[in-house]
Design a binder for this molecule. Structure first.
Ligand SMILES: [Zn+2]
Length: 147
């Protein structure tokens, strides 16, 4: 279900921000943490607290607030990391004019920024179908050749 929605949004052609803007923003957040950082470190670097709440309304797995992101807990670490990255992406894009397709592009860029790929470093722990989407986006946008 989530996979279908995300893939459809990414393929919708509704993204507004350039690949360069997305990649630069993701890189800028990663620049403030070490190469062994995880999603919690990224949030901390941005001054964002992570709150877990299993009482979120049905259909809502996360919220981006001014100084925190609230996410529904998950037994799957990969799904939890994806939720946190997604809310962080909402936070990073903030008041900038953007679409939800841009938020998903930013989510995936945060999980596996170009610089980490260049260095041979792995992505954060996100579901495999997300990694496949990220690889497809990089191949299409040619931000890095032969990614
Ligand atoms: Zn969202």
């Amino acid at each position: 279900m989530l996979r279908t929605v995300v893939t459809a949004e990414l393929r919708s052609g509704l993204a507004l921000l350039s690949d360069e803007e997305i990649e630069a923003e993701a890189q800028s957040l990663w620049a403030g943490v070490s190469s062994v950082a995880d999603v919690e470190d990224l949030a901390r670097a941005r001054g964002i607290a992570i709150e877990h709440d299993d009482g979120l309304p049905a259909g809502c797995d996360g919220l981006a607030l001014e100084h925190a992101v609230v996410v529904r807990p998950s037994r799957s670490r990969a799904l939890l990391v994806l939720r946190i990255l997604h809310e962080l992406a909402h936070h990073l894009l903030g008041a900038r004019v953007h679409t939800h397709a841009d938020v998903w592009r930013m989510t995936l860029a945060l999980a596996w920024p170009v610089e980490r790929i260049r260095q041979g470093l792995p992505s954060l722990d996100i579901p495999p179908w997300c990694l496949a989407l990220r690889a497809a986006i990089l191949a299409e946008c040619r931000v890095i050749p032969a990614a």
